[in-house]
Write a protein that binds this ligand. Sequence first.
Ligand SMILES: [Mg+2]
Length: 192
Amino acid sequence: MKPFVLCVDVDGVLADFTWGFTSLAAAWHPEITPWPTSEQKTWEFDSIPKGIQNETWTRVRQHPSFWWDLPCRLSSSERYSLCVLAADHRVYFVTNRLGVRPEEQTVRWLHHLGLRNPNVIVTTNKALACRTIEAQFAIDDKVENIAAMHPWVHTTLFRLPYNRDSNVTVDYCVDSLSEWIGFVNAAASQRS
Ligand SMILES: [Mg+2]
């Protein structure tokens, strides 16, 4: 099988950023009840007052292990499938994380999932990163990233409540990582 170059988003797709952010907000403001990515209705945290959002972002930037602490959204079988995918293809985990050593925290987090030597790119311009690594497939939950990456790469929108109503031009939409891995493997077996 000829390997593909794949671009995989981390937050929203693999890691529960929403849970981490709302939990951090709730730690200082107990009137807030944390919620997971699967219940996040909009891209922004509209139900959290702007001042508390800004304060929480400051805490995210200063927190030594915010990204390392995030829960994983994958089932154990999906974790395994991701490890197999990374063994069969060149997978890059491309993320727009900030704060304290975001690349190192992400590498360690992925390593903990079972990935031996994960390739992590921290960037504010995912579309440029995708083109630089000559990715053939990319998966992301952010509509703006999909719009910027298309048509340079086969794009997949990871469907969540906050992007479900978008009409962005995209090649595929999936509700799970395993669905996307199925697409990639089918495409790989077709061309080999
Ligand atoms: Mg994301």
